[in-house]
Design a protein around this ligand. Sequence first.
Ligand code: SF4
Length: 991
Amino acid sequence: MLLTRKANGSVAREGRLARALSGVLAKTMDRRAFLRRSGVALGASAVASQLPFRIIGEAEAQEKKVAAKVEVKRTVCTYCSVGCAIDAHVQNGVWIRQEPVFDSPINLGAHCAKGAATRDQGITHDSRRLKYPMKLEGGKWKRISWDQALDEVSKRLLKIREESGPDALMVVGSSKYSNEQAFLLRKWVSLWGTNNTDHQARICHSSTVAGVAQTWGYGAMTNSYNDELNSKSLFFLGSNAAEAHPVSMLHTLHARENGCKVIVADPRYTRTAAKADIYVRHRSGSDVALLMGILHHIFKNGWEDKEYIRTRVYGMEQVKEEVLKKWTPDKVTEVTGVSEAEVFQVAKTLAENRPGMIVWAMGQTQHNNATTGVIRASCLLELALGNVGRRGGGANIYRGHDNVQGATDVGPNPDNLPGYYPVAVPGSWAHWARVWNVDLEWLKKRFASEAMMTKPGITVSRWIDAVLEKNENIDQDPNLRAMIYWGHSPNSQTRGSDMLEAMKKLDLMVVVNPYPSATAAMCAMVRKDGVYLLPSTTQYESSGSCTASNRSVQWREKVMEPLFESRTDHMIMYQLAQKLGFADQLLGKKDGKQNIRLVKGKGGMDEPDVEDILREINRGVWTIGYSGISPERIQAHMRNMHLFDARTLRCKGGKDAKTGYDLTGDYFGLPWPCWGKPEMKHPGTPNLYDTSLPVMEGGGNFRALFGVERDGVSLLAEDGSHPKGADITTGHPPFDHVLLKKLGWWDELTEEEKKEAEGKNWANDLSGGIIRVATKVHGCMPFGNAKARAVVWNFPDPIPQHREPLYSPRPDLVEKYPTYDDVKTLWRLPVRFKSEQQKAVKEEMHKKFPLILTSGRLVELQGGGEEQRSNRWLAELQQENFVEINPKTAAARGVRNGEYVWVSTPQRNPDGSFVRIKVRARVTEGVGPDTVFIPFHFSGWWQGRDMLAFYPEGTEPRVRGDAVNTAIPYGYDRITVIQESKTTLCQVERA
Ligand code: SF4
């Protein structure tokens, strides 16, 4: 154990990243020369710390002693969504050394602390990995065999299914799966017969996906990190990228060096703020008012892009009218606490520095009005400035986990089948049954009813209520009785004390994870049996693809064989499916055909072939263009990273030596949409909706997703607004067999394509012919060409509204800007809004808990933090959970830096007492006197008590602490029920 405790628990962390990067980027030299010269420092992570030097030192020493051949396996960091590539050096099957990939256009040879320390993930016996299956028996953890575990788990599941139906189970998947595993799990759950499945995207960016897609078509980041080099302004609102997406800051700081203005608005003065030209501190939860205030100055001064709005945006006049009337500077200051001069300065800077981007992460997404308010207002700002669909402009939305984008695109979502085909549309099921080679009628019978098959399922944010809520209030027959936590941390969800009650009440909890996670310890605190732990591998023990935040897809080579008794997730899915009776369907085996081959995995056991799974994704996901992203193409990209330009992501020329594949013109990782079949060679789309490029060079336009007309007003793009070179030079609806015939383009399909395309549209024509003719032959977007929507008429707030948090420090503002009415059924459950808010006001929670509590990330940790807190290098850097508190606030409570404090909140324990957590005080002016900040990566304490005794022996993380989410109370977004964890109330007192 190398942990070295730092004095008084505080950690010297100021400015490491900032110093390293600013030093590096201040020099002007060509990229490769610079990287070579500073390679060890930057590559092995000057960004991070001294850690990688030690790792590399150890590994090199070993290499000298052993003469066996060293193989280099190229993989991708499994932590955040930046997508930094790693070269893993393997000798005798052991991962002995790692290097950042200097040729990667994404990370340019850099890693942050996490990436640099990732080799430690499970390579030693003291790694705290779950090494073999276990079950809870008589309140004790007991080692069992895989056969016993699979047998008992499947028997219990089948019994629950027989007694209560398929909806009594929920499977929480993972944003850390490969695309193939995420896809396979969505299929697995469908074959079981429920839509009760979800993953971390629900609690990090579900509101982004909904808000952005409803505005312009796709719910994803519009541009790339690299494209920031083309920006003249970057507005960070709700993102502390320097800690949450550290290597992305390479691009941000490089842009800044080129004159790009960086603006940060945040309730907390973050490391990102330390690099800003303008920093604005606004009250947590007041983002809509701030954004509308900025728009007010833009409209008032006529700075909006009028021609862009005329041709490409629907409804902006209505927004302008409301903003000018409602969001006068005094109102903005009243809500946000930001002065008129500051707001004006931001607006003017953004207007004068175009193209520009807004950047956000979870600071925007976790509010009761996140989707309809914060996200949408951010979209409106960029549309008003004419930034979206431009190189250097748009919405750079930084996702969380390494493959949260991919898992959202093709994975376990309760409302969508892979590729955002909605479960509510019966045609989606017909489409996927064909692709999966599964009988549709058989599939229908797997569900409780066809009504349940087309009803979006329960979300991960609310599963606890699906267990605890009265049965008559739930929109499915049974309450949840069984949960499978398949790569998920419970401490990333709010209302921890309620979750413990739900865990107590379940019949069965199955945890599939390389680490047992806090779930195991929480369950063992309140249960004697009915809990199983199954060890799965990390992504370094498997191969597969993952999608970075910028939509580029990368391929990971398997670095090493599965460690200990762990098995790959897709092997476990297959083995469970065998026991549950749908293994053939999982493989698409019917009528003499089989979509997915079985190959030999760990110990000679069968597992589904990963490349075949990706080919099945290729055959079905036309909507967002995963159809063109074959394993062969992205593997060629990984072998030839040096051929891609770091500014444009484009390959100027070159062939893959292994296969002869010509990479010329491809964008790195074929950022989706990558239209048509792989052989059509669409290059991917680096920036969405960019009309300055031809479609076959990555160009596009806004998606026609909302009809062609609204109240007599056309929703299609105006004449002259189209991708460069398109044969249709005005707005048009999506392509289908009828439109193709009307245009006289039908005969451009081959006879084979015609047979398949008859009666189909661009999204369900499995021949790809409709897309081929639209894109390759005529240069048009398959999904039509429409305007973005400034007004989303199907949302409760068609124009974004400020709504006070459910637990607001300002009852006066609750009166003026209340939250929504309660909803009887949303995602199968009732959701309280106004009743909860009014109760809080009535009980004067703002007096009992006078401080705003907000949460966020640290550079050394990720998500629930179990892996990093088990990693000896990272554990050493962050040894205890803490609360940032302003000196004045601390002094008023007699609290000094480094002391333990209790942070209590309105969340209650079952006995009615308020929940409180014990953390160290970090006294800093980084937060204002009314706000405190706690990182959300900790677990392993329960309200001040160490949970060590409840972990299976040898699996407890090195660093444990109270989870902030144990204490964050009720509150959900009106559309996606993402938790309201960015703004709530608390009190702090000396422990
Ligand atoms: S955690 Fe993110 S920024 Fe850090 S090395 Fe991994 S991918 Fe890169």
